[in-house]
Design a protein around this ligand. Structure first.
Ligand SMILES: Cc1ncc(COP(=O)(O)O)c(C=O)c1O
Length: 463
């Protein structure tokens, strides 16, 4: 076994080794190799990243929607170091626990919406979603309704990459690989007004129609076959799809009427992103189960959690016997200690309130004034610090480009070259900066986004 070589390497060496040995997630490996590999990110501070050539990049995506408190925060670093020194690992199987895991369970029960008093820990959002799927099916079996197995998700939903999470998700390219979705997963119309509203249909009417699609599917299947509806309050990776106000109250009513459990996947929306602690607070959703990850530790270490409401928890605890499910890293003490420090920082710095009152409105205003009338922009929308810019061939008619995704990728590359991480979902540019971003930094972010979109428009001969 060769010893790992920890001497600093030059960027080109790192790129070559990366290409030779490292299979990246969600990457076309041949195309990546043709481009000569990627950037090597070496350092982060606040909302900024530095690459190995010392370029400074504004991280408009908080990593992958997760670095809520920004990079380099001492309280999180110290919490990890202290906990590693005291007890680097112990599990929560077999009647044991650790102080940080216990305390985090209490804090989560306190900060999540009322009625979610129990938590099951996991290591990633995908594991949390898998846990939720097993939990709701187990619940119905315990209730004497084992036929209630079907999980309803939505098109463009993203819930992770494990077999069950990818099956809940409604991403067609993912389903085309590996024979997915698994049986008993189905998908309905998402509340994506820009894409699916009919000409002349107002947002609220469309929101009710999207909710009605859920009810139709439940009736088609037979409610006695449906275990749960799983949905993100705002669909993130699908393109920051912000539902009209009419949508969630209807969904809540439909789930209650057909006794279908409601699982809110808060992996992106949780921990302040929308200007409330949770998307469920923002849209007055009362979920039976809630999945959490990403912002729970601001991405400093992997951790996820499933909040379990009274109805499901009571049955699991009183009638469930042993629940044969769990992960080596469920309730990892270092991750739990970092989560506690992270949540304390979010509270102390009033970040959720700042997003609601200052930075969320500032981002919305700057995007609206910057892109009004732009020849490539069909719509800008935002909620808190989640935003989307729709690039279209014809803004007046909302006509899409002939080859979906090509223009978005080009724009993303312009942004990166100009020192901004902005992601492309097909031709929708999305932003989710760290919650610590200042108003001056929002100006900088929007200026860089505009430069990237202008450069794209010039490539297409539109400017
Ligand atoms: C809403 C949602 N759920 C689940 C996941 C999966 O999380 P992970 O990548 O940690 O498995 C993601 C990841 O982006 C997500 O956005």
């Amino acid at each position: 076994m060769p010893r790992p070589d920890t001497a600093p390497r030059r960027t080109d060496d790192l790129r070559q080794i990366d290409l030779a040995h490292h299979l990246h997630p969600f990457t076309d490996h041949a195309a990546f190799a043709n481009e000569g590999g990627g950037r090597i990110i070496v350092r982060g501070e606040g909302i900024w990243l530095w690459d190995s050539d010392d370029n400074r990049i504004l991280d408009g995506m908080s990593g992958l929607w997760c670095v809520n408190v920004g990079y380099g925060r001492r309280p999180l670093i110290e919490a990890a170091a202290d906990q590693m020194a005291r007890l680097a690992y112990y599990n929560t199987f077999f009647k044991t626990a650790t102080p940080p895991a216990v305390e985090l369970a209490r804090v989560l029960a306190e900060c999540t919406p009322p009625g979610l008093e129990h938590v099951f820990f996991a290591g990633s959002g995908s594991e949390a979603v898998d846990t939720a799927v097993r939990l709701v099916r187990h619940y119905w079996a315990l209730k004497g309704a084992p036929r209630r197995r079907v999980i309803i998700g939505r098109r463009h939903g993203y819930h992770g990459s494990t077999l069950a999470a990818a099956s809940v998700g409604g991403m067609a390219p993912m389903h085309r690989q590996g024979d997915l979705p698994l049986p008993d997963f189905t998908h309905v119309l998402p509340p994506y007004a820009f894409e699916y509203a009919r000409p002349g249909e107002d947002a609220d009417a469309f929101g009710r129609r999207a909710a009605a699609a859920l009810e139709e599917r439940i009736l088609d299947l037979g409610a006695d076959r449906v275990a749960a509806f799983i949905a993100e309050p705002i669909q993130g990776a699908g393109g920051v799809l912000i539902p009209p106000d009419s949508y969630w109250p209807e969904v809540q009513r439909i789930c209650a009427r057909h006794d279908v459990l409601l699982v809110a996947d808060e992996v992106i929306c949780g921990f302040g992103r929308t200007g409330r602690w949770f998307g469920a607070d923002r849209f007055a959703i009362r979920p039976d189960v809630m999945t959490l990850a990403k912002g729970i530790t601001s991405g400093y270490v992997p951790m996820a959690a499933v909040m379990v409401g009274e109805r499901v928890a009571r049955t699991l605890i009183d009638d469930g016997g042993e629940f044969f499910h769990g992960f080596t890293y469920s309730g990892h003490p270092v991750a739990a200690a970092v989560a506690l420090a992270n949540l304390a920082l979010i509270r102390e710095e009033g970040l959720v309130e700042r997003v609601a009152q200052v930075t969320g409105p500032a981002l919305a205003q700057r995007l609206a004034e910057t892109f009004a009338g732009h020849p490539l922009v069909g719509e800008v929308r935002s909620c808190g610090l989640l935003a989307a810019i729709e690039l279209v061939d014809n803004p007046a008619t909302r006509r899409r480009f002939a080859e979906p995704g090509k223009v978005g990728t080009r724009c993303r590359d312009h942004a990166f070259a100009g020192g901004l991480v902005m992601r492309a979902v097909r031709d929708t540019m999305v932003l989710a900066p760290p919650l610590i971003i200042t108003e001056a930094e929002i100006d900088e972010l929007v200026t860089r986004a505009r430069a990237a979109i202008d450069a794209t428009a010039r490539d297409l001969g539109r400017l």
